[in-house]
Structure formats: C-alpha cells, structure tokens
Design a protein around this ligand. Structure first.
Ligand code: SAM
Length: 308
C-alpha cells in the first residue's frame, strides 16, 4: 500500500463525514502503522511484522461510514476501509499480506448500512469483513470472542464524544485471554478530551459540570487529572497542562493494566484538543508506531497547514 493509496479517486454517492483537523493525523498514522510499501517496494508495518501468523485481525470499535470529506472534492477512506484495503507484498510468488478478519462496530443503523454497502462494494466477503451493529462497550466482547489466542490483533477505538467509550472496554481488550496470549491485543485510542475545555467557565472560575467530569473519569479510568484542572480553572495553569495531565493519566492507566509500551500523538501540539494513544506490549510494534508518528510529524504539508 503506498502512502496515498487510501485516497478515494471519486465519491461513490453515499454519505461522507466532514473531516475535523485531527482526522488527517489519525488516518495517516493508522495507515502507516498498518502497512506501507517504501520506494524500493518493501513492505512494512503491522502486516509485514505479522506475516508469519496464520491470521491477522482488525476491530474498529467506532467505525463510522468509511469515507471522509476533506473539502475541495478531496474524499478519502476512513479507518475501516483503510484497514480493509491495506496489503503489503508477500514472499516471492505468495499472496499479499492483509488482515484476514475485520469487524467494524457501529452504533448508528444508517451509518452501519452505509459502511456495509462500502465494504461489499470493495469486494470483501462476510467472512472476512463484517459490520457489527451496537454499542462498542457492549458488543466488543462478541468481536473478542472470535479472536484466536495466537492471532495478532489491532483494535481502533475512535469515539466522537466523551461519553461514547468507557475505560472498562479498554480494560476488557487489554486483558483479553492475557494468561493464554503471548501478546496483548494492541489498541489505538482517539481521545476527544479537548471537548471538556468548552464546558468550563473560565471567566467565572467554574469547573465543568459533575456529569462531564464523571464522563471523563469513565473514559480515562481515573481522576488524577482533576487537581490540575482545578488550577487551570483558577487561572494558575495553561490548558496544555490540563490536556497533558488527562492524556498522561490515561497512558499510566494503560500501563497499570499490563501494557509495556504506550505513546501518543497530539493535535495540535501547542494547543492540543485530541490525542491518539497507542498501547502494546511488543517492542517491534512500539518501534513501528514511533516511526509512523515521526513520519506524520515530518510531513512538510503540516507546516503549510500550520498544525505544528
Ligand atoms: C469519529 S467517528 C469514527 C470515524 C472512523 N473511525 C474513521 O476514522 O473513519 C465515530 C463513530 O462512532 C459511532 N459511535 C458513537 N458511539 C458509539 C458506540 N457506543 N458504539 C459504537 N459506535 C459508536 C458514531 O456513530 C460514529 O460513526
């Protein structure tokens, strides 16, 4: 898969999502992490690293409609279709390496129908790629029940809102068959934690509502960020420090439940609103993710767009 092969050449007439600022980073990092082919035709990423496995699985917990509109007619595959189409070369004469099983979880029926239609239009069989309708926090267990203990598996959790994802779901995935699996299931989690910013009233020195703070706790799995937030509301801390405290506490939680490696990429870096956080207990996976994030940060287009 070349770096840009996930750019759709034309719209298929079905609904697309408008792309917020962090979407480009999320899709670029995901796409590169899954697999890419360098200038000399060599494959990389998760697919190449797991080439000797019998199966490779991908679960998208908040799958969306499969396409994004970046404006000016630039329509691009979303996470589910990137994973579906991704492939890297196999050994000489062998078939390309790709995910053998993909499960796309989507709560909204219309959005699930759109993604289903796109998945079939891409030629995927039901056995290979399936849309699972329901709340990711509830139906994730069904998707996990299919995962063989030996199968390298990547889960993307990419919710819109603070209350869409619960840390309990992250924990379920992290600890899934952990006594039988050689490696934990890897997770890539999009944290929309910048949304809490609008809910504080800084002029009046008021914290976000109890409901919002409780939602944040359910997402991040802890409340250690709260004292920093209180200081920000009182005018003694910068927003970037609150954001960092929330994101770091989530990474700490991931390590507490067993992951050895975590890393993140924030958008944007100076005034962050969104963080993509990766967790794995495989050194090679962490190295590939570090390279994928670096590649995004070195993209010269970023400076033109002023994201960094
Ligand atoms: C940010 S979008 C996903 C975008 C997608 N990952 C991509 O990059 O193309 C979030 C999606 O999650 C869906 N959603 C919201 N809450 C959900 C839940 N509890 N379980 C499953 N899907 C949910 C929304 O309908 C929406 O389509």
């Amino acid at each position: 898969m070349s770096a840009d092969s996930d750019i759709a050449s034309a719209s298929d007439g079905r609904p697309v999502d408008p792309a917020p600022a962090h979407t480009e980073m999320k899709l670029a990092v995901l796409s590169r992490y899954i697999g890419y082919v360098d200038e000399r035709g060599r494959g990389g990423g998760f697919l190449h690293a797991t080439r000797s496995a019998m199966y490779r699985r991908y679960i998208d917990g908040f799958a969306g409609v499969g396409r994004y509109d970046f404006g000016n007619g630039h329509v691009r595959d979303g996470s589910a279709l990137i994973a579906l189409r991704a492939e890297v070369p196999g050994a000489a004469g062998a078939s390309p390496i790709r995910f053998t099983h993909l499960r796309f979880v989507e709560l909204d029926d219309d959005r699930a129908n759109t993604l289903e239609a796109r998945t079939r239009a891409a030629g995927a069989t039901e056995a290979r790629a399936r849309v699972v309708r329901g709340d990711a926090n509830v139906v994730m267990v069904d998707a996990l029940n299919e995962v063989e203990d030996r199968t390298p598996t990547l889960v993307l959790l990419d919710p819109y809102d603070l209350d869409d994802l619960r840390f309990e779901t992250v924990r379920l995935i992290a600890t899934w068959h952990d006594s039988a699996r050689a490696r934990r299931i890897e997770q890539l989690v999009g944290l929309q934690i910048g949304r809490i910013r609008r809910q504080a009233n800084l002029e009046q020195g008021q914290m976000p509502s109890k409901v919002s703070l409780d939602q944040l706790e359910r997402l991040l799995g802890n409340r250690r960020w709260e004292p920093v937030m209180q200081e920000w509301v009182a005018g003694r801390r910068e927003w970037s420090e609150v954001f960092g405290a929330m994101r770091d506490s989530f990474e700490e939680e991931l390590r507490r439940i067993g992951y050895v490696y975590t890393r993140h990429c924030d958008v944007d870096e100076r005034d962050p609103m969104y963080s993509l956080v990766f967790a794995s207990d495989h050194k090679d996976a962490d190295t590939i993710m570090a390279g994928s994030i670096d590649h995004w940060r070195r993209d010269p287009k970023l400076r033109q767009r002023g994201l960094f």
